[in-house]
Design a binder for this molecule. Structure first.
Ligand code: NI
Length: 198
């Protein structure tokens, strides 16, 4: 009996330690990006916008931008972020024109131009979707230090785990900060306002 009780405690402590570790790892994704403020995030790329036009790393420069990463089959994080971003853009009003917003897929096999366009039509039309060939997209995600991982589900279905924070970059492509998933609107809008002022 005593042994079982000790074993149970060991399990509780181990679970707590694992969760603490995962939390730290998750936090490091953002921290990691923060450490590269002197670097230009995102290498050279040649991908496709949701309207079918080509888009390259050069197109992202010249104006501050916010970029986040996800996929159209995402059950919660992506639709929530896209919805919240849309409300923040409405709140910014005319100032929203001073910043570009990008949503890059982590699931280019399923997120074709058509699917991305259809999906984004439900949100603010300032949000530009980015997709492309899988190797090109994956290389770009890595250059942004984005975490993404395919997770197998039942019936040959799959989901994607991915970085949930929104990256904020200045007109030169320098990382200036991020908005966390679930961050309150007041704080998020303040960060966007700061971003668009340069
Ligand atoms: Ni998502």
């Amino acid at each position: 009996m005593r042994t079982i009780r000790i074993l149970l405690w060991v399990m509780v402590v181990a679970t707590a330690a694992t969760m603490a570790y995962l939390y730290i790892v998750d936090d490091k994704i953002t921290q990691g990006s923060r450490q590269v403020t002197d670097d230009k995030l995102g290498g050279e790329f040649s991908l496709v916008r949701h309207d079918g036009d080509p888009i390259s790393d050069k197109d992202l420069l010249g104006k501050p931008y916010a970029i986040f990463f996800g996929f159209t089959n995402c059950p919660e994080v992506c639709p929530t972020t896209l919805y919240e971003m849309s409300t923040w853009l409405t709140e910014l009003g005319e100032d929203a024109e001073k910043v570009d917003i990008y949503f890059m897929t982590v699931d280019p096999d399923r997120d074709t131009v058509e699917i991305l366009a259809n999906y984004l039509s439900a949100f603010d039309d300032k949000i530009t979707g980015i997709t492309g060939k899988r190797p090109d997209v994956e290389k770009t995600l890595r250059s942004y230090r984005v975490f993404f991982k395919r997770v197998e589900l039942e019936d040959d279905d799959y989901s994607m785990d991915h970085t949930a924070s929104i990256y904020l970059l200045d007109a030169k492509g320098k990382f200036t900060g991020s908005i966390s998933y679930g961050e309150n609107s007041q704080s998020a809008i303040a960060k966007l306002r700061k971003l668009l002022k340069g």
